[in-house]
Design a protein around this ligand. Sequence first.
Ligand code: ATP
Ligand code: MG
Length: 261
Amino acid sequence: MVRYTIAFANQKGGVGKTTSCINTAAAVAAKGYRVLLVDCDPQGNTTSGLGISKKEVKYTTYEGLLGEASPRDCVIPTAVENLFLVPSNIQLAGAEFDLIDMEKREARMRRFLNDLGEDYDFAMIDCPPSLSMLTVNALSAADGVIIPMQCEYYALEGLTQLMLTIRKVKQLYNPGLTVLGILITMYNGRLNLSVQVLEEIKKYYADKLFPEPIPRSVKLTEAPSYGMPAVQYDKYNKGTQAYIRAAEEILKRTGMAAGRV
Ligand code: ATP
Ligand code: MG
């Protein structure tokens, strides 16, 4: 059983979904929670970012969704204590097509997580940069969505589209779905445009914003090349510290701050 499932979603590419997913997951795991990361992107960045070879994994999110392996067999341990992974690779790009004929094809991720047969406090799903059936599966399985976004000119347009999709998934497949929060990434407070866009987001979504943006930090980009979450690679840099505080906010917003039961 999974106590709380979070999807990290934004159809815009390169906004920090994977970085946010890996680092908040690792920070939550460091507090003693059992966390399952699900790489739901054919790019497999969560997988390689944890130092796991995409070519060598036996079972992946693909087999999990298609029901070609038992969910338990798709999970591998990581070098981080309490952090587990369902890896992914380019094979997952075929899932879209292979799911077409399946009954309840939007509910495959939910079924996968329900059938895990192991207990996790959190499942955190890293979505691809699209509003494809993979993202719809993640949203249909999730209790909450976190939307990582950059303070750029077009950010708000994308956000409107994403909110509409979330609303649709909520109506059609997953009435319990909530937007857990909007997490500003790669923030540079010295850029006027970033400050202005942040003000604009606050106008419409003040209640959803995480209290603190994640600043730009080279250490956050370096960590995946060493196959480590930043919490392990360089715990004390400002980017990592911001992710640790974001993880604490996640615990608060999900009602899990009291600890494991
Ligand atoms: P995709 O849509 O392709 O899956 P994504 O939304 O998952 O991308 P990431 O891969 O997390 O985005 O980040 C995009 C790039 O920005 C990466 O090179 C990452 O290392 C870098 N990056 C993410 N967050 C930060 C940050 N706070 N400071 C500096 N660089 C960052
Ligand atoms: Mg990504």
